[in-house]
Design a protein around this ligand. Structure first.
Ligand code: G6P
Ligand code: MG
Length: 220
């Protein structure tokens, strides 16, 4: 049976995916690079430097290392400025109830975000103490779609990966969950996340029963 549920953060527990988008859009506008929501969808779950590489590729632009680093710092400053408005009110509906139900069922809760800001975000949301383990994106060798962060999280919770289920809103994240040998629950449509084993429209629509049956379905 499921012993641990590993959550992505941005776009799963809170709407920071939208803030990442606005920060990238502002940066792209400033440099005159073509960018929009569709382009941003391909950045979801992708780490900061990987995202900038995709934006530069899309614009057919190349910059030297110093400029690249400066742009990363600029994007992060734009993003962190938006975080200053965050409070527990920014937690998606149903997260606290789902966490309580998981805990009641004896299931551990982990966080596997590619964001180096994840620790600050969960503190701002008031849920930092809810996790049995928070994987450190800065200590991971390979980012999503590689399985590393989900494997590190399972390990940190003291659980074998096959006893864990991952929850993601991004295609790169669903791939990472599967590469880790876990069942993947997608927050979003079947069209947006074709590889997910189960789909729910929002985290608030997900019950512990559904999580338990997702594992049974995937196993059969
Ligand atoms: C998550 C988000 C991405 C973001 C990445 C790195 O995966 O979905 O949009 O680029 O984290 O976030 P960071 O806060 O480290 O720039
Ligand atoms: Mg996400």
């Amino acid at each position: 049976a499921v012993q641990g549920v590993i959550f992505d953060l941005d776009g799963v527990l809170t709407d920071t995916a939208e803030d990442h988008y606005h920060a990238w859009q502002a940066l792209a506008d400033q440099y005159g690079y073509a960018f929009d929501r569709a382009a941003n969808d391909r950045l979801k779950g992708v780490d900061r430097a990987g995202s900038l590489r995709l934006i530069l590729d899309g614009a057919g632009a190349s910059v030297d290392d110093a400029r690249f680093e400066a742009m990363l710092a600029e994007k992060n400053a734009l993003y962190r400025a938006r975080l200053t408005a965050y409070s527990p009110a920014n937690l998606f509906d149903g997260v606290r109830a789902l966490f309580a139900a998981l805990r009641g069922a004896g299931i551990k809760i982990g966080l596997a975000s590619a964001s180096r800001n994840a620790g600050d975000v969960v503190r701002l949301l008031g849920i930092a103490d809810q996790f049995d383990f928070i994987a450190d994106a800065g200590a991971i060798a390979a980012n999503k779609p590689a399985p590393d962060i989900f494997l590190a999280c399972a390990d940190g919770m003291g659980l074998p990966p096959e006893r864990c289920i991952g929850i993601e809103d991004a295609q790169a994240g669903i791939s990472a969950i599967h590469a880790a040998g876990m069942v993947a629950i997608g927050i979003g449509s079947e069209e947006a996340l074709p590889d997910a084993d189960v789909h729910v429209p929002a985290i608030g629509a997900l019950s512990v029963d559904q999580i338990l049956s997702a594992e049974r379905e995937a196993a059969s």
